[in-house]
Design a protein around this ligand. Structure first.
Ligand SMILES: C[S@@+](CC[C@H](N)C(=O)[O-])C[C@H]1O[C@@H](n2cnc3c(N)ncnc32)[C@H](O)[C@@H]1O
Length: 245
Protein backbone atom coordinates (compact mmCIF):
# COMPACT_ATOMS: atom_id res chain seq x y z
CA UNK A 1 0.00 0.00 0.00
CA UNK A 2 1.28 3.47 -0.82
CA UNK A 3 2.46 5.63 2.08
CA UNK A 4 -0.03 8.37 2.83
CA UNK A 5 -1.02 11.23 5.08
CA UNK A 6 -3.30 8.81 6.99
CA UNK A 7 -2.44 7.76 10.58
CA UNK A 8 0.76 5.72 10.42
CA UNK A 9 1.65 7.20 7.02
CA UNK A 10 4.37 9.74 6.26
CA UNK A 11 2.64 12.69 7.91
CA UNK A 12 2.85 10.88 11.25
CA UNK A 13 6.63 10.68 10.87
CA UNK A 14 6.96 14.45 11.16
CA UNK A 15 8.77 16.12 14.04
CA UNK A 16 6.40 18.84 15.29
CA UNK A 17 7.55 22.29 14.15
CA UNK A 18 5.34 24.70 16.12
CA UNK A 19 6.88 27.82 14.57
CA UNK A 20 5.96 27.17 10.93
CA UNK A 21 3.02 24.83 11.62
CA UNK A 22 1.14 27.27 13.83
CA UNK A 23 2.42 30.65 12.64
CA UNK A 24 3.27 30.31 8.92
CA UNK A 25 2.83 34.05 8.28
CA UNK A 26 5.27 35.01 11.03
CA UNK A 27 7.64 32.27 9.83
CA UNK A 28 7.55 33.93 6.41
CA UNK A 29 8.73 37.15 8.08
CA UNK A 30 11.47 35.10 9.74
CA UNK A 31 12.56 33.50 6.48
CA UNK A 32 12.72 36.91 4.79
CA UNK A 33 14.84 38.29 7.65
CA UNK A 34 17.21 35.30 7.75
CA UNK A 35 20.60 35.28 6.08
CA UNK A 36 20.35 38.92 5.03
CA UNK A 37 23.85 38.88 3.51
CA UNK A 38 23.42 35.57 1.65
CA UNK A 39 26.21 33.85 3.62
CA UNK A 40 24.48 30.45 3.69
CA UNK A 41 23.81 30.45 -0.04
CA UNK A 42 27.41 31.40 -0.79
CA UNK A 43 28.72 28.62 1.47
CA UNK A 44 26.32 26.12 -0.10
CA UNK A 45 27.24 27.07 -3.64
CA UNK A 46 30.96 26.92 -2.97
CA UNK A 47 30.57 23.37 -1.60
CA UNK A 48 28.27 21.95 -4.27
CA UNK A 49 26.87 24.23 -6.96
CA UNK A 50 23.51 22.85 -8.12
CA UNK A 51 23.44 24.54 -11.54
CA UNK A 52 22.01 22.02 -14.03
CA UNK A 53 21.48 19.40 -11.30
CA UNK A 54 18.52 17.65 -9.65
CA UNK A 55 17.85 19.09 -6.19
CA UNK A 56 15.65 17.80 -3.35
CA UNK A 57 14.69 19.99 -0.38
CA UNK A 58 13.63 17.76 2.52
CA UNK A 59 11.26 19.40 5.00
CA UNK A 60 10.74 22.26 2.56
CA UNK A 61 7.99 23.82 4.68
CA UNK A 62 5.98 26.19 2.50
CA UNK A 63 8.68 26.19 -0.16
CA UNK A 64 10.49 29.43 0.72
CA UNK A 65 13.90 28.23 -0.55
CA UNK A 66 12.76 26.39 -3.65
CA UNK A 67 12.67 29.36 -6.04
CA UNK A 68 16.33 30.16 -5.56
CA UNK A 69 17.33 26.55 -6.23
CA UNK A 70 15.02 26.57 -9.27
CA UNK A 71 16.81 29.56 -10.83
CA UNK A 72 19.67 27.32 -11.95
CA UNK A 73 18.84 23.69 -11.07
CA UNK A 74 17.51 21.24 -13.67
CA UNK A 75 14.74 20.06 -11.35
CA UNK A 76 13.74 20.84 -7.76
CA UNK A 77 11.56 18.57 -5.61
CA UNK A 78 10.29 19.84 -2.27
CA UNK A 79 9.30 17.11 0.22
CA UNK A 80 7.10 18.08 3.17
CA UNK A 81 5.19 15.90 5.69
CA UNK A 82 2.77 18.55 7.00
CA UNK A 83 -0.04 18.67 4.40
CA UNK A 84 -1.07 22.35 4.94
CA UNK A 85 2.53 23.43 4.33
CA UNK A 86 2.90 21.24 1.24
CA UNK A 87 -0.26 22.95 -0.05
CA UNK A 88 1.16 26.42 0.65
CA UNK A 89 4.35 25.42 -1.17
CA UNK A 90 2.31 24.33 -4.20
CA UNK A 91 0.54 27.70 -4.18
CA UNK A 92 3.85 29.55 -3.93
CA UNK A 93 5.62 27.59 -6.65
CA UNK A 94 2.64 26.81 -8.89
CA UNK A 95 3.72 26.75 -12.52
CA UNK A 96 7.45 27.16 -11.88
CA UNK A 97 9.11 24.97 -14.54
CA UNK A 98 10.97 21.94 -13.16
CA UNK A 99 9.56 22.26 -9.61
CA UNK A 100 7.42 19.61 -7.90
CA UNK A 101 6.14 19.41 -4.30
CA UNK A 102 5.54 15.99 -2.77
CA UNK A 103 4.04 14.92 0.53
CA UNK A 104 6.55 12.77 2.36
CA UNK A 105 9.00 12.50 5.21
CA UNK A 106 12.78 12.27 5.44
CA UNK A 107 12.50 8.68 6.71
CA UNK A 108 10.56 7.59 3.62
CA UNK A 109 11.34 9.86 0.68
CA UNK A 110 8.90 9.65 -2.25
CA UNK A 111 11.79 9.44 -4.70
CA UNK A 112 13.51 6.81 -6.81
CA UNK A 113 16.93 5.39 -5.98
CA UNK A 114 19.82 7.44 -7.41
CA UNK A 115 17.60 10.23 -8.70
CA UNK A 116 19.13 13.34 -7.05
CA UNK A 117 22.44 15.21 -7.05
CA UNK A 118 21.85 17.44 -4.04
CA UNK A 119 19.65 16.66 -1.03
CA UNK A 120 19.25 19.78 1.11
CA UNK A 121 17.55 20.10 4.50
CA UNK A 122 17.40 23.40 6.38
CA UNK A 123 16.41 23.40 10.05
CA UNK A 124 14.38 20.27 9.31
CA UNK A 125 14.48 16.75 10.81
CA UNK A 126 18.30 16.25 10.75
CA UNK A 127 18.92 17.46 14.30
CA UNK A 128 21.39 14.77 15.45
CA UNK A 129 20.92 11.34 17.10
CA UNK A 130 17.68 9.78 15.85
CA UNK A 131 17.93 11.02 12.26
CA UNK A 132 19.72 7.87 11.02
CA UNK A 133 16.70 6.68 8.95
CA UNK A 134 16.74 9.99 7.07
CA UNK A 135 20.49 9.74 6.47
CA UNK A 136 19.98 6.29 4.93
CA UNK A 137 17.14 7.57 2.75
CA UNK A 138 19.20 10.51 1.49
CA UNK A 139 21.95 8.05 0.61
CA UNK A 140 19.48 5.89 -1.28
CA UNK A 141 18.17 8.72 -3.47
CA UNK A 142 21.53 10.37 -4.13
CA UNK A 143 23.51 9.47 -7.22
CA UNK A 144 27.15 8.51 -6.64
CA UNK A 145 29.06 11.75 -6.11
CA UNK A 146 25.89 13.50 -4.90
CA UNK A 147 25.84 15.55 -1.72
CA UNK A 148 23.61 15.68 1.36
CA UNK A 149 23.72 19.13 2.95
CA UNK A 150 22.19 19.79 6.35
CA UNK A 151 21.86 23.41 7.47
CA UNK A 152 21.04 23.99 11.11
CA UNK A 153 21.27 26.65 13.79
CA UNK A 154 24.48 26.59 15.83
CA UNK A 155 23.37 26.31 19.45
CA UNK A 156 26.97 26.87 20.57
CA UNK A 157 27.08 30.34 19.03
CA UNK A 158 26.08 33.45 21.01
CA UNK A 159 23.70 35.14 21.32
CA UNK A 160 21.06 33.07 19.51
CA UNK A 161 22.49 29.75 20.66
CA UNK A 162 22.42 30.93 24.29
CA UNK A 163 18.70 31.61 24.00
CA UNK A 164 18.15 28.19 22.39
CA UNK A 165 19.92 26.44 25.25
CA UNK A 166 17.99 28.43 27.87
CA UNK A 167 14.77 26.98 26.45
CA UNK A 168 16.23 23.51 25.78
CA UNK A 169 18.92 22.89 28.44
CA UNK A 170 19.01 19.18 27.52
CA UNK A 171 20.30 20.03 24.03
CA UNK A 172 24.04 19.32 23.81
CA UNK A 173 25.69 20.98 20.78
CA UNK A 174 28.87 18.93 21.35
CA UNK A 175 26.94 15.67 21.16
CA UNK A 176 25.25 16.76 17.93
CA UNK A 177 28.59 17.78 16.43
CA UNK A 178 30.11 14.40 17.36
CA UNK A 179 27.11 12.58 15.84
CA UNK A 180 27.53 14.23 12.45
CA UNK A 181 31.29 13.73 12.52
CA UNK A 182 30.81 10.00 13.25
CA UNK A 183 28.45 9.83 10.28
CA UNK A 184 31.04 11.20 7.89
CA UNK A 185 29.97 14.85 7.67
CA UNK A 186 32.25 17.78 7.17
CA UNK A 187 30.88 20.77 9.16
CA UNK A 188 31.63 24.45 8.98
CA UNK A 189 30.33 27.46 10.89
CA UNK A 190 28.50 30.11 8.88
CA UNK A 191 27.94 33.51 10.48
CA UNK A 192 24.77 35.23 9.34
CA UNK A 193 22.70 38.26 10.14
CA UNK A 194 18.93 38.28 10.49
CA UNK A 195 17.68 41.73 9.50
CA UNK A 196 14.09 42.80 10.15
CA UNK A 197 12.14 45.69 8.63
CA UNK A 198 11.19 46.91 12.06
CA UNK A 199 11.34 46.05 15.73
CA UNK A 200 7.75 44.71 15.79
CA UNK A 201 8.64 42.03 13.20
CA UNK A 202 11.68 41.01 15.21
CA UNK A 203 9.56 40.77 18.34
CA UNK A 204 6.93 38.60 16.62
CA UNK A 205 9.59 36.20 15.31
CA UNK A 206 11.34 35.88 18.67
CA UNK A 207 7.87 35.19 20.10
CA UNK A 208 7.41 32.06 17.94
CA UNK A 209 10.95 30.78 18.50
CA UNK A 210 11.30 31.15 22.26
CA UNK A 211 9.37 31.07 25.50
CA UNK A 212 8.02 34.47 26.54
CA UNK A 213 10.74 34.84 29.17
CA UNK A 214 13.61 34.10 26.78
CA UNK A 215 12.10 36.24 24.00
CA UNK A 216 11.95 39.20 26.42
CA UNK A 217 15.55 38.62 27.41
CA UNK A 218 16.61 38.48 23.75
CA UNK A 219 14.81 41.75 22.96
CA UNK A 220 16.41 43.46 25.94
CA UNK A 221 19.84 42.23 24.86
CA UNK A 222 19.55 43.49 21.27
CA UNK A 223 18.05 46.98 20.97
CA UNK A 224 18.17 47.23 17.16
CA UNK A 225 16.49 45.22 14.40
CA UNK A 226 19.24 42.73 13.57
CA UNK A 227 20.37 39.48 15.19
CA UNK A 228 23.72 37.76 14.56
CA UNK A 229 22.95 34.04 14.11
CA UNK A 230 25.47 31.23 13.66
CA UNK A 231 24.68 28.12 11.62
CA UNK A 232 26.34 24.76 11.06
CA UNK A 233 26.54 23.74 7.43
CA UNK A 234 27.19 20.00 7.19
CA UNK A 235 27.95 18.14 4.00
CA UNK A 236 28.45 14.48 3.15
CA UNK A 237 29.31 13.24 -0.34
CA UNK A 238 28.10 9.84 -1.52
CA UNK A 239 31.13 7.89 -2.75
CA UNK A 240 31.37 7.98 -6.54
CA UNK A 241 32.31 4.35 -6.97
CA UNK A 242 33.56 1.16 -5.39
CA UNK A 243 37.27 0.51 -5.67
CA UNK A 244 37.77 -3.07 -6.89
CA UNK A 245 41.18 -4.53 -6.10
C1 LIG B 1 11.54 24.95 10.91
S1 LIG B 1 10.71 24.30 9.52
C2 LIG B 1 11.82 24.70 8.19
C3 LIG B 1 11.13 24.69 6.86
C4 LIG B 1 12.02 25.03 5.66
N1 LIG B 1 13.13 24.10 5.55
C5 LIG B 1 12.52 26.45 5.74
O1 LIG B 1 13.73 26.65 5.99
O2 LIG B 1 11.72 27.36 5.50
C6 LIG B 1 10.91 22.52 9.71
C7 LIG B 1 10.19 21.73 8.64
O3 LIG B 1 10.55 20.35 8.74
C8 LIG B 1 9.38 19.59 8.51
N2 LIG B 1 9.57 18.24 9.06
C9 LIG B 1 9.26 17.79 10.31
N3 LIG B 1 9.51 16.49 10.42
C10 LIG B 1 10.01 16.08 9.22
C11 LIG B 1 10.41 14.82 8.72
N4 LIG B 1 10.39 13.72 9.47
N5 LIG B 1 10.83 14.76 7.44
C12 LIG B 1 10.86 15.89 6.68
N6 LIG B 1 10.48 17.09 7.10
C13 LIG B 1 10.06 17.20 8.37
C14 LIG B 1 8.29 20.41 9.18
O4 LIG B 1 6.99 20.02 8.80
C15 LIG B 1 8.67 21.79 8.76
O5 LIG B 1 8.14 22.13 7.52
Amino acid sequence: MAASASPGGWSSQATPSPNIWHWPKIYEVENRAQDATGAIWRALRSRHDWAGLDVVDVGCGDGFHLSLFAETARTVIGVEPHPPLAQRARQRLGGTPGVDIRGGAAQQLPLADRSADLVHARTAYFFGPGCEPGLAEADRVLRPGGVLVVVDLDAACSPYGDWMRLDAPQYDPGEVEAFFEQHGFDSIRVDTLWRFDDRASMESVLGIEFSAKVAQRALAQLPGRTIPVGYRLRTRTKPAGVVVR
